[in-house]
Design a protein around this ligand. Sequence first.
Ligand code: PLP
Length: 430
Amino acid sequence: MIYFMKRDDKIFELIEKEHQRQLNGIELIASENFVSEQVMEAMGSYMTNKYAEGYPGARYYGGCEVVDQSESLAIERLCKIYDAEYANVQPHSGAQANMAVLMTVLNPGDKFLGLDLSHGGHLSHGSPVNSSGLLYEPIAYGVKEDTGLVDYEMMEAQAREHKPKLIIGGASAYSREWDYARMRRLADEIGAILMIDMAHPAGLIAAGLLDNPVKHAHIVTSTTHKTLRGPRGGIILMGKDFDNPWGKTTPKGVIRKMSSLLNSAVFPGVQGGPLEHVIAAKAVSFLEALQPEYIEYQTQVQKNAKTMAEAFIARGYKVISGGTDNHSMLIDLRTKFPELTGKVAENTLVKADITINKNMVPFDSRSPFQTSGIRVGTAALSTRGLKEEHMAPIVDLIDQVLSDVESETTLNEVKTKVNEMMSKFPLFAF
Ligand code: PLP
């Protein structure tokens, strides 16, 4: 008997609705982007049917000859982009990549140092509700109140006092370049491992526009779906330290290499079978990142962000640290609208088809559910082909909404302008 399963119209209608939402709106969420058709094609491919526990050439399932090749290509391309010696492309997400590193480097209860969540750090860098904060003992450094820049003196003082086994750099809401060399000197001084989570600026780093942490850190992690512009997922990289023998010994007394321990931490440590369809899509996006047009794209992301930060400042907004070196910026709403919370700003802007996210600002007087700030980024808009000349008009639209959050008329007027503006741009223009 042949069964013809009914097409799932409900879900496909919702997918089309989401497509239209993305097409019609101004996307300013700093962690989002639009992938190319070929990245989506690889993700929705036959590779989804394959189980492949293990690594290329050493799997626990038969029939892996083809996925071995595609995973190996992903690794090879990724190493080429960042000049790395080792890469693991299996983490299902950035948080899982970080979890695998912590599991490799720390024992439960060990101390590590990371950027305070309320100063721009990520949940997986020591938040009490994440496994990083539940299983280990996080110590935080922050940014300076007057400049909004990472307080390296505080980081050094904390490291010398607490002697953490791991120092984490990188953030979810920090718009400036990092001093990776200084952090590595500190790690070496106290005998710690330095891990940099480059999830946000990974694309700008790939294009050579920001310093490459793989040159400095023992271990680098990232997501693949933010500025890098690949499918949703995580990666782990290492440069010259990949071959270092690790202090931990196996039950048989063998000291293992860092790379081998990291692989074991990803699988079978925190994950089961890899998502080979996503890994194939990662490989496609890595090839895109090796093309000359990619540098053009990332240069535009950076130019758009600078122009947008200037436009916010010109309209009386406080941009933390006074500007941006990357794709993102954090805006403290209190200087212009003392009563307006990030939550209300986010909820109101979305009604005008402008998506941003509420965000704590350093030394925030409000809770993470309300916040005094918003975070914006230009990676997604730049993929659609928007240039510097579009940034000030967008800031004007945001300013109109935030200046009058109660007005339905303003909201409707802005929404019409947003939809009209975005109708001229495809989702993927590069
Ligand atoms: N690391 C940083 C710095 C991030 O900003 C994020 C996500 O926003 C992650 C890790 C986690 O990535 P994922 O959501 O893929 O787990």
